[in-house]
Design a protein around this ligand. Sequence first.
Ligand code: PMP
Length: 449
Amino acid sequence: MIEAPLGGPSLPQQRRLVTDIPGPESQARLARKKQYVADGVAAGLPVFIVAGGGGVLVDADGNSLIDMGSGIAVTTVGNAATAVAERVSDQVHRFTHTCFMVTPYDGYVDVAEALAEVTPGDHAKKSALFNSGAEAVENAVKIARVHTKRDAVAVFDHAYHGRTNLTMAMTAKNMPYKQGFGPFASEVYRAPMSYPFRETAGVKGEDAARRAIDVLDKQVGADNLACLVIEPILGEGGFVVPAEGFLPVLAAWCRDNGIVFIADEIQSGFCRTGEWFAVDHEGVVPDLITTAKGIAGGLPLAAVTGRVEIMDAVHPGGLGGTYGGNPIACAAALGAIETMRGQDLPARARALESIMRSRLEQIQAAHPVIGDIRGRGAMMAIELAEPGTITPDAARAAAVNAYCHSQGVVTLTCGTWGNVFRFLPSLAMPDELLGEAMDVVAAAFDATA
Ligand code: PMP
């Protein structure tokens, strides 16, 4: 039997289907969901999960599915990873909550110390902890505004930063995130992204950065910008890796103009891309970095980490919230970070990339609808377009996704046109199981041709 490399429940690491997907037990539960859960909260693959670990999720019918989504890039160290589960269960028996703003505790400070160590740059750093990615992004903007005494926020085409009012304004895509939910926050300005697949061949990263800077300079004015917020690799927007040179030129422009450069690494951070953070691939050091998802192995935790002089611009009491940095979530984060350090998970992400990339290239050779293969580490995607063009083929992406689901592989799509098929395996995914997931993807392209 294949063992999950990072522990967790001793679930057989195998794909095993015993019913149709969804099976009768899941279908019965879906009827209850329909009765009690708001329709706005939809499910991409409606099987009800009863266990997870390594690279698999087990559903209520006893099907064992290969998990290629990790709950949207969250269970990077695996589901119920041993170090996370042990620290959580120890903490939950000692105390569950005090509110750090009322009476502090070590776990919060331990996480802040670890963040200062693992995030890019060797300058002095401080952190503030929150519950969700959107909350971290909102707070990063608040901090930048106080520090700069400016209002405007620069964001990019295809960006995703969350679903709260400010972060909806920062998110690019209307459906399903914004439709009907306005009016949105003001002083948010959008610049063009570097998107190599959709660009005239040969446009350099530096040129794409100057194009964005020109828009911001002329339409907003550098002096009015508090911050520039960018995902170093787009997440929901389609795993777009900007051309080399794009991020460093933007960062330098921010530095020269007193604009706080904020890397939103909520999806790309914590070893996912084969480095601790995606900006590390180009040696870019952000002023502030927002993290969440992979930070805590599945518990809700998020952070803003950055330069002391920026973080400390906010008056005492200006940052916080009832649950931010909850002790159980902090215990989980310390377990996840210990695992990432102890097991060299950036290297593991690079190993998974090489398995996925070579298989995806083979599939592309037979299926020219795959216009682009991109991503880094265990954050890989393929963009589907009419062969030889950039015309999105969302219908094919949906068909491939549905086939994978029916065969017991949990896959996700993304992208502004819904035509990107993304892969976010846990770093506890055994090689053999990842290979089997790629076999199913190949079969999905054959079956939907
Ligand atoms: N920023 C990025 C880059 C994200 O990928 C996400 C979540 N997909 C968010 C922010 C929002 O995080 P949350 O869903 O935890 O609010």
